[in-house]
Design a protein around this ligand. Structure first.
Ligand code: MN
Length: 247
């Protein structure tokens, strides 16, 4: 790193009250926005120091989904129990930006992954599949990132068959996306609903959301460091995701 041959790329969205969050329709309960609550700032409450309380959901901003987040993984690991050796891992990037530009409801299929593998080699054992969609361009705008109309949100994701295959057959530890959740906007209507969550978390795999700067990673060869906070019993955690890229 000091010699300049390894670049550190930040894949994380800044965490602020304005950071977009996912929104479930009624009757489901929703998460809160991030919030900063000042305790003191070099004033009567603490003359020499500045500090805050933070208010956040586990699934706010760039965050990590643990197996226990989904009912299919209810007996799996929470964020504090995820083995740390799995959290420094190789990553590949499948770029579907062009397809998503033409169709915001684009779904990654097994054949897209197979075509990528034919060009770049097999998916990495114990590694991440990062799905580049161009959706990070919408990362600062709650309405644009959800892209909802009267039929619901329209955002890219993974098909049911591909999610099942990634969970049960592919050697990856999880999937990372640029959207607010690992599933497509229309995935509430899939069978099963939210297949990325249902299949991957149920198979002791993980999710990463609201990533950015995936365009600065090679198709293969990066190493991603993605450790969630060890929230005891936690289903997820806001996270700083870093990639190491050899130049
Ligand atoms: Mn989540």
């Amino acid at each position: 790193m000091s010699g300049g041959t390894i670049e550190v790329v930040d894949l994380t969205a800044p965490l602020a009250a304005s950071t977009p969050i996912l929104q479930l329709p009624p009757p489901f309960a929703n998460t809160i926005n991030f919030g900063l609550e000042e305790i003191s700032r070099y004033d009567d409450r603490g003359p020499g120091w500045y500090w805050n309380n933070i208010h956040t959901g586990e699934h706010t901003g760039t965050h990590f989904d643990a197996p226990v987040h989904w009912v299919t993984g209810r007996d799996g690991d929470d964020v504090a129990r995820v083995p740390v050796r799995r959290l420094v891992a190789p990553a590949v990037v499948i770029d579907v930006t062009d397809r998503v530009a033409a169709d915001p409801d684009f779904l990654l299929e097994i054949e897209h992954v197979r075509a990528w593998e034919a060009e770049h080699g097999p998916l990495p054992a114990g590694g991440w599949l990062l799905l580049r969609t161009g959706w990070d361009a919408r990362a600062n705008d709650q309405e644009a990132i959800l892209n909802a109309d009267e039929t619901g949100p329209h955002t890219p994701g993974v098909s049911v068959a591909c999610a099942k295959w990634l969970a049960e057959e592919a050697p990856i530890i999880g999937i990372g996306v640029e959207t607010v959740g690992t599933d497509a906007g229309a995935a509430h209507s899939f069978e099963p609903a939210f297949p990325c969550h249902a299949y991957l978390l149920g198979a002791d795999k993980y999710g990463l959301t609201q990533l950015r700067n995936l365009d600065r990673l090679p198709p293969a060869g990066a190493v991603v460091i993605a450790p969630p906070l060890p929230i005891v019993g936690g289903s997820g955690s806001p996270i700083r995701v870093l990639a190491l890229v050899e130049r």
